[in-house]
Design a protein around this ligand. Structure first.
Ligand code: C5P
Length: 244
């Protein structure tokens, strides 16, 4: 394990060179960060839970024809994924007002939005991941207009699927963040696929009846029982009985 080449270390994950060309190993750490690294902690077992939850979601997405980088889970903390050229954008889909959109437009947290809203943020820690428009994306060549159309269409399909999946588990999908990557086929044609992870670190998930938060806001807002909430999400999705 230690002899593998580390390609990238982020806040919550590490990427290693994969066993075959065009593959990577995505390793989930227990580290939690918020507010652009200003708040940090180690939450024991979080990486294991996110690995399993993301596996479950990505596998289901692959099955319904949403292309993702996920190939298979390797162990408790690692999954084999396709190597992609990451598009430097965070794509956020929102169903209910919370977090930065509630602040920006003075909405009450929990207010349903008139329709699902897709937003793009430029991935840059030093700038604090600013909200950007399609004009910015095209002008700075972060992605082509076709890529943007593809990302919006895929993000809305993911939203439809995940909303149903979580509703079935008694969970309200408030919002979530996606990252996409580009792959090249034999003819050097590019295709956009879903990358990174989908987990309670990257979604807002509220219990349907009590409204209790079951996501990273528990860490951001010091609500306690963070991994317990993630484990409950996993349990309700039928993934695992114990935190493992
Ligand atoms: O903070 P904001 O309201 O813009 O976040 C929207 C959604 O995107 C939340 O579910 C949050 O967890 C997720 N997000 C993320 N990584 C970021 C920023 C937001 O996973 N860097």
């Amino acid at each position: 394990m230690s002899r593998r080449k580390k390609l990238y270390e982020g806040k919550a994950k590490i990427l290693y060179e994969g066993p075959e060309p065009g593959t990577l190993v995505q390793h989930f750490k227990d580290d939690a960060t918020a507010f652009n690294n200003k708040k940090q902690a180690v939450l024991e077992g979080k990486g294991v839970l996110n690995n399993r939850i993301s596996e479950h979601i990505m596998e289901n997405l692959n099955r319904i024809g949403v292309p993702t980088h996920f190939i298979r889970r390797l162990n408790m903390r690692e999954q084999l994924v396709r190597e992609v050229e990451i598009i430097p954008l965070e794509v956020v889909v929102r169903n209910v007002a919370a977090g930065s959109i509630a602040q920006r437009f003075g909405l009450n947290e929990g207010e349903p939005l008139p329709r699902a809203i897709v937003e793009f943020y430029y991935k840059d820690d030093a700038l604090g991941d600013p909200l950007v428009s399609e004009e910015h994306i095209a002008a700075f060549n972060w992605a082509s207009p076709q890529d943007v159309d593809d990302m919006i269409a895929l993000a809305l399909r993911v939203n439809d699927f995940l909303s149903g999946l979580f509703t079935g588990a008694g969970i309200r999908l408030v919002d979530f963040k996606l990252e996409f990557g580009r792959i090249y086929d034999q003819n050097d044609m590019t295709r956009i696929i879903l990358a990174d992870e989908i987990s309670p670190d990257s979604c807002r998930l509220w219990d349907m009846t009590s409204g209790e938060k079951m996501d990273k806001d528990r860490f951001r807002r010091d609500l306690g029982n963070v991994t317990e909430a993630y484990a409950e999400v996993a349990r309700r999705l039928g993934i695992m009985k114990e935190t493992g």
